[in-house]
Ligand binder design. Structure first.
Ligand code: SAM
Length: 272
């Protein structure tokens, strides 16, 4: 297979992203330099690994799972089908955490997935330490591996429990902040998402029938684990700002909403 054949097969799957994906495929699954292939489009790429990766992509497996790693913030993460793929939209939450966390902060990351929020924050702020929680053993394994990969394993405690009902696991802990990008998508919206997103864990997407069960639960039941000036930082869906304002008010918090770089409401900041 040559470059042009690779591009035309990828175009069917990924449209305008086909050149970007082709570059990653060439870099990860062949012995050729991408720039060489660009100028020698007839060269036979000769790689069984490439063919197998392309077949997976044609089965609509996300590129990130095929490659097995992805960049988020300034770090690289192992990713597989047990965790949500870290999104650039979530980087704004890390930006805000870095700005708002006090010196030597101890924070909690609920629904940690790949661990990207906790780990990138820890990497960028050597004074901080954290607890990261997920309900699923295989997911938490990925987060633990990512902590080691990014050399912060000594500053993060992984915990396996159900955020919706087992908060007592944290008795005796107090945090400067609780960060979370919980599942927040309504089931009828999940139905409309791409085949690739549907290959990500359903439990990482489904936020209850109204999309807000995690926000309701976390604000109501985890504020007791916050220090006096502690705060919540949540990633939210572009249409959930009003829900978060209401949940904050019902629980005695002020709520400020920050937008992402696409000008969508993206982060809710709750303070007493
Ligand atoms: C939207 S993903 C976010 C992952 C990661 N924080 C990120 O930003 O990429 C939500 C995560 O919540 C986890 N999760 C789902 N239900 C949970 C529950 N009841 N308790 C704890 N974690 C849960 C999922 O396994 C998934 O890793």
């Amino acid at each position: 297979m040559n470059y042009n054949e690779l591009i035309s097969r990828l175009f069917v799957i990924s449209g305008e992203d086909c050149e970007f994906e082709a570059r990653i495929f060439i870099e990860c699954f062949t012995d050729f330099e991408y720039s060489y292939v660009l100028y020698n489009r007839d060269v036979d790429l000769k790689s069984d690994k490439l063919l197998s990766a392309l077949q997976k992509r044609e089965a609509r497996i996300p590129l990130q799972y095929i490659v097995g790693k992805w960049d988020f913030y300034r770090q690289t993460y192992k990713v597989n089908e047990n965790c949500l793929i870290p999104r650039s939209d979530t980087e704004i939450l890390v930006d805000k955490a870095l700005e708002l966390l006090p010196l030597n902060a101890y924070f909690l990351d609920l629904c940690t997935g790949s661990g990207c929020i906790a780990i990138s924050t820890l990497c960028e702020r050597a004074d901080t330490s954290a607890v990261m929680v997920d309900k699923f053993e295989k997911t938490l394994e990925v987060a633990k591996e990512n902590a080691v990969l990014n050399k912060v394993e000594n500053r993060v405690e992984p915990m396996l429990f159900d955020v919706l009902c087992d908060e007592k696991t944290l008795e005796g802990y107090t945090f400067d902040a609780i960060l979370s990008n919980p599942p927040y998508i309504r089931p009828e919206v999940i139905e409309t998402l791409s085949e690739e997103v549907k290959k990500e864990p359903y439990a990482a997407l489904y936020g209850g029938d109204n999309g807000i069960i995690f926000y309701n639960k976390i604000v109501a039941s985890y504020s007791k684990f916050l220090k006096k000036d502690g705060f919540f930082l949540f990633e939210i869906g572009y249409d959930q700002a009003e829900d978060l304002r209401r949940i904050a008010k019902e629980n005695g918090f002020e709520c400020q909403i920050f937008k992402d770089y696409g000008n969508n409401d993206r982060v809710a900041y709750l303070t007493k």
